[in-house]
Every structure is written in C-alpha cells, then in structure tokens.
Design a protein around this ligand. Structure first.
Ligand SMILES: O=c1ccn([C@H]2C[C@H](O)[C@@H](CO)O2)c(=O)[nH]1
Ligand SMILES: [Zn+2]
Length: 130
C-alpha cells in the first residue's frame, strides 16, 4: 500500500511544471474511498502564482468528491526528503484526522512516516468558523 502511494507520487513528480525552481515535487493522497489522487507543483513566470504538489493533489481529491485524507506521500527530485511547506500543512490539516499519515520519500521509497500533528502542532482550530 505504501509502495503504491510512493510510486504514484514519483510518477506525479514527472509531470511537474517547475522550469523556474527546477525543483520537481510529486504528491499522492490516499483518500477515504481507497483511491489515490496525485499532484505535482505547477509554477508560473509570475513566481508567486505557482503552487505546490500537495495542493494539486488535494484539489484532485476534493473534485472527486472526497473529503478525508488517510495517507500522503511526498517526493522531491533534488532533496533527500521534502516535508510539506507551511501552507500545505494547513491545507492538509483541513482534510486530515489524527490517524492521517505523511510519508516522506526519496527515489527508493518511503523513508520517514509522520503524523500531521508532528508537522503542524498547535494548529489553527476554532468552533466559531465551524
Ligand atoms: O512541500 C513542497 C515544497 C515545495 N514545493 C514546490 C514549490 C515550488 O514550485 C518548488 C520550490 O519551492 O517546490 C512543493 O511542491 N511542495
Ligand atoms: Zn506547499
């Protein structure tokens, strides 16, 4: 299962549009339906307009009607391990629970497994906004 998610993230990384940073990233989410939703980073000539691999994967999951992330795998071509950036941690938190697992991968497979609470402790939560 982990291997399948890793392979999906690696395949997604090959689709990155990262001509500016030259830093391709791939992400794969296993949602509650058991299916895998993938994403790559998509950059823009107007640099702040690009977005991360995790964000692309989340959007695919949401548009498939899924709202719960069970597992996420992330891989970057040029870094040993690529923990999600701060913004993506918050976006992942929107659709994650206590049992959600984050797999940090290198080109050989899963190298580190974390809970989202490891990456985003004391996260923004309020009952006022729902
Ligand atoms: O977790 C991360 C960190 C960075 N990037 C992308 C954003 C940008 O396109 C490139 C360099 O930061 O990597 C991701 O996709 N995910
Ligand atoms: Zn990010």
């Amino acid at each position: 299962m982990e291997k399948e998610l890793f392979e999906a993230a690696r395949d997604a990384m090959a689709k990155a549009h990262a001509p500016y940073s030259k830093f391709p990233v791939g992400a794969a989410i296993r949602a509650e339906d058991g299916k895998i939703y993938t994403g790559a980073n998509i950059e823009n000539l107007s640099f702040p307009e690009g977005w991360c691999a995790e964000t692309t994967a989340i959007s695919h999951m949401v548009m498939a009607g899924q709202r719960k992330i069970m597992e996420v795998a992330v891989i970057a071509e040029k870094l040993a391990l690529c923990p999600p950036c701060g913004g993506c941690r918050q976006r992942l938190a929107e659709f994650s629970g206590a049992s959600t697992r984050i797999f940090l991968c290198d080109e050989t497979g899963v190298k580190k497994t974390l809970a989202l609470s490891d990456l985003l402790p004391h996260s923004f939560e309020t009952e006022i906004l729902g």
